[in-house]
Design a binder for this molecule. Structure first.
Ligand code: DGY
Length: 325
């Protein structure tokens, strides 16, 4: 008998066909109240789950006694209680690697957009405000040659370092759990303590996962260490930053600008003070959102799920303890 899979994310016809070949699929095509009701109804028969952008807490997963595997279409796994999953021996997999370059592209898009004021000035043209040659009031700041500071030197951090070093001639400094000699060699990067990095970098880029240790890592004290010309970029998770402190730092001129793809609460509310600031470029958590990369992520998640349901170790297993056990 085929295993039961509950999808809470639409897949391409090709991937749907692949899943249908091996499993019985229930598709929950939206995560509104009605969709969540359908999900609850489907959970009791689910052996596998595949989707993204949903907090799958114990209350929901207790409805799924037969659950063997969850394939998350994301690299971040902050929507899951890993200890709970491990205790229940549910295999959790994610989709690293395939989104690295695209997410680093988004980081650089935000670096360029904030430094060169791309959104603000493009809107000026659109609003008919370009009536004479622009002057210093509209000038931005250079990106090339400036110091790129990366907090969290994982795959995406490395891809940012590569762009900064080879593409823009930027000195790279970074902070992570421990120094990374290979990265230092490839990108001529230098390790810094967090405080030193905050004081020295022109661009401060967050690429950390959200964990109990990183939640709220950047707050008022950290913004106070940055310089008035610093630009803050967040492509990791909103909750790594105290958003109120960020707003205060931007309003007071403690930092120059922020490029933000992630927020404490998503979608970002229209009444967020961040949206009243010209020196903020806010994007809708689009780090990996290209046709090619989202398809590659979905393919990776399908592979992970089918492997797990066939009793094989998924390539991107997160809670390897379950497999060892
Ligand atoms: C990820 O893959 O974790 C991206 O941030 C999308 O959630």
């Amino acid at each position: 008998m085929k295993k039961q899979v509950v999808l809470y994310k639409k897949l391409s016809p090709l991937l749907m066909a692949r899943l249908h070949e091996h499993t019985d699929v229930t598709l929950i095509d939206s995560l509104d109240a009605e969709g969540l009701g359908k999900l609850r109804d489907a959970l009791p028969r689910a052996h596998g789950l595949l989707g993204a952008s949903l907090k799958l807490d114990a209350e929901l997963l207790d409805l799924a006694p037969n659950l063997e595997a969850i394939a998350s279409v994301s690299v971040g796994v902050d929507n899951y209680d890993i200890d709970y999953l491990t205790e229940r021996r549910i295999l959790l997999s994610n989709t690293p690697d395939v989104l690295t370059e695209t997410t680093a592209d988004t980081g650089f898009a935000l670096i360029l957009a904030t430094a060169r004021r791309v959104v603000e000035l493009a809107n000026m043209v659109r609003d008919g405000q370009w009536t004479r040659n622009i002057g210093p009031a509209h000038f931005g700041s250079d990106v090339h040659g400036k110091t790129l500071g990366i907090i969290g030197m994982g795959r995406i951090g490395e891809a940012l370092a590569q762009r900064g070093h080879f593409g823009f001639g930027m000195p790279v400094i970074y902070h992570s759990n421990s120094p990374k000699p290979a990265v230092e060699k490839r990108f001529n990067a230098q390790y810094r303590s967090l405080n030193d990095l905050l004081q020295q970098a022109d661009f401060i880029c967050l690429t950390l996962p959200l964990t109990a240790e990183t939640e709220g890592l950047i707050g008022a004290e950290e913004f106070a260490l940055m310089r008035p010309e610093s630009i803050f970029i967040n492509i990791s998770r909103g909750k790594v930053v105290h958003e109120a402190a960020l707003v205060q730092a931007l309003r007071s001129g403690q930092i120059r600008a922020a490029g933000l793809d992630v927020f404490e609460r998503e979608p970002l509310n229209l009444d967020s003070p961040l949206l009243q600031l010209n020196n903020v470029v806010a994007t809708p958590h689009m780090g990996s959102a290209t046709h090619e990369t989202r398809e590659a992520m979905a393919r990776c998640a399908v592979d992970n799920l089918l492997a797990a349901l066939a009793g094989k170790r998924p390539e991107n297993l997160v809670n390897i303890q379950v497999w060892k056990a």
